[in-house]
Design a protein around this ligand. Sequence first.
Ligand code: NAD
Length: 303
Amino acid sequence: MSAKIIRGTEIREEILEELAREVENLKKRHGRPPGLVTILIGENPASVSYVKNKIRTAKRLGFKEVQENLTTTVAEKDLLDMIRRYNEDDTIDGILVQLPLPGHIDENRVLMAIDPDKDVDGFHPVNVGRLVIGGDAVKFPPCTPAGIVEMIIRAGVETRGAEVVVIGRSNIVGKPVACMMMQKGRGGNATVTVVHTGTKDLASHCLRADILIVAAGVPDLIKAEWIKPGACVIDVGVNRVGLMTDPKTGEEKALLRGDVDFEAASHVAGFLTPVPGGVGPMTITMLMKNTLASMKYRTEPRK
Ligand code: NAD
């Protein structure tokens, strides 16, 4: 068997085109585009690169994009005051604080300060609660899990009645994606098992999976023999395993590998995502989708 490769880079383009059309319509109806503020503290290279990509995508869609670059010496109180100002700003629909934060700032206090109705990352406990309730209660599904579900749907893989096995129980990937896929509705109705470091026999669970979602952060954890023939395998892992020279720019950059042995898995799986170019591009796309949705919730409330 040769797996169909599900490319996040291609699905991203499809979705961004849909979103760009919606932005134009929103501007016509309300005289303004969706507004996103990105707050970056310090110069952690990974954070700088994530924020740069978010800003680039927001600009491409014609969003109002506000950048706040703060130094690592910023006082927690000043950061909280800034968040509160954006909570009150009617031209801003999404507030994004790039994590991790410097040690003297309480991450939890910062996330709790964001208005849950502008928390487009979906990390505020109110949005976690809404996700668990499901249906119309959900406002901002967290971006990576939402991207995973969207990829599965757009690849034409049936989730209804499917055995889904999720490897990993983190708050940003494992738990929310499991929650989304067991709910009723689009991309849901699956029978979900979550496995983790406390699981006894990982391979036996993987072998049952019609859809295997791997978010462990362990390079090449999943072997071809653990995959049910024809299964859909979504590799969320992003592991920096060395350095490589970028063929386009000649610059040195991180060599990335996923959690799945891609080459071997491609002979067994029916569908497979690559790393890079799989789940990664979907995360920012879903952030944009949430920001646009936020403006709609505010300007065109659901009846
Ligand atoms: P995490 O470290 O918070 O959680 C990893 C989970 O995997 C834990 O719950 C742990 O129990 C489980 N696990 C680890 N080793 C295991 C093993 N040998 N057997 C069974 N379970 C095991 O990580 P996270 O934040 O959920 O991220 C997971 C991976 O996904 C990382 O590589 C991360 O870089 C990547 N990630 C990618 C994106 C993206 O946009 N592509 C977004 C978020 C995370």
